[in-house]
Write a protein that binds this ligand. Structure first.
Ligand code: NAD
Length: 258
């Protein structure tokens, strides 16, 4: 494999060529695509997530105190990033889906910014859920955050579902089962694609990080766009080391609302 590409012009030229010759590309995104929108990633040095011990699913289920703590954190984070809008990376992927170059986007993100960039649910596969609403961990019923917040602010605890089970942000916590329907869709898209663009992910969180390797093993061209090295740089066909917004800016058509 040639070494990583650092020069922006060269990155644009290589990406243009690969996208032009591809017929069924797939985007695969991690937290890095949203940092230019003000949403911090998980593993960069100043990440607020790094200062918090994770609350796994079992703990959330069993401890009312930790459930309240999980909701306190959730609302504090939401307040910090409430104004986040799609960035150049999101807009580029939406434009590439719109022009038929990508069949869809598989995302590890929970921020809903791919949908906010104009992609419909048929084009976004969410491996780790969605933090813009909540769901009952018993019956699965959807709940809106605004209602939960009103109760939480008044009583310091989130309400339970009408079925009696706790309500949780609709994200996948450590120790929680992966969403099987989304995993199946991600696998199908990965096996159908001829170009796999892994963007802004440290590629260390499994099973999500298995998809780039699956694509490569199935014959797709694997491109990694990230500002730092990843464990899959070796098998990748092309590694672009730079800022996602700068790398993808030429593909972000202005027809997609910011
Ligand atoms: P990660 O934090 O492990 O990795 C992000 C990668 O993106 C890092 O390697 C970082 O160097 C790179 N990066 C950050 N900003 C960049 C930029 N502007 N340009 C180029 N590279 C940049 O994220 P992950 O791999 O997605 O795994 C973390 C887990 O945490 C995921 O499960 C995800 O669901 C969750 N998470 C999601 C969000 C979100 O929804 N925005 C935010 C934080 C964490």
């Amino acid at each position: 494999m040639p070494g990583p590409i650092f020069a922006l012009e060269r990155a644009h030229e290589v990406l243009h060529g690969l996208i032009a010759s591809s017929r069924r590309g797939v985007g695969f995104t991690g937290a890095g695509i949203s940092t230019e929108c003000g949403v911090p990633d998980f593993r960069s040095p100043d990440s607020p997530w790094a200062r918090l011990f994770p609350i796994d699913f079992k703990t959330f289920q069993s401890s009312p105190t930790m459930r309240a703590e999980a909701w306190r954190r959730k609302f504090a984070m939401d307040d910090l990033y409430a104004g986040a809008r799609p960035g150049r990376g999101h807009r580029a992927l939406a434009a590439l889906v719109g022009s038929g170059k990508l069949i869809g986007v598989i995302t590890q993100n929970i921020d809903g910014l791919h949908q906010a960039s104009g992609l419909g649910p048929e084009h976004v596969i969410e491996l780790h859920g969605n933090g813009t609403y909540a769901a009952c961990i018993g019956c699965g019923a959807r709940h809106e955050l605004v209602d939960i917040r009103a109760s939480f602010d008044a009583a310091g605890v989130a309400p339970d579902c009408a079925c009696g089970a706790p309500i949780k942000s609709a994200t996948i916590s450590f120790g929680q089962a992966m969403p099987q329907g989304q995993m199946r869709r991600a696998r199908e898209a990965t096996l159908a694609c001829d170009l796999f663009l892994a963007i802004g992910s440290s590629l260390v969180v499994y099973p999500a990080a298995g998809f780039p390797t699956l694509a490569k093993d199935n014959g797709a061209t694997l491109v990694i766009i990230n500002r730092e090295a990843t464990p899959l740089d070796g098998p990748a066909d092309v590694v672009i080391r730079g800022e996602i917004g700068d790398v993808l800016a030429p593909f972000a058509e202005s027809t997609v609302a910011a």
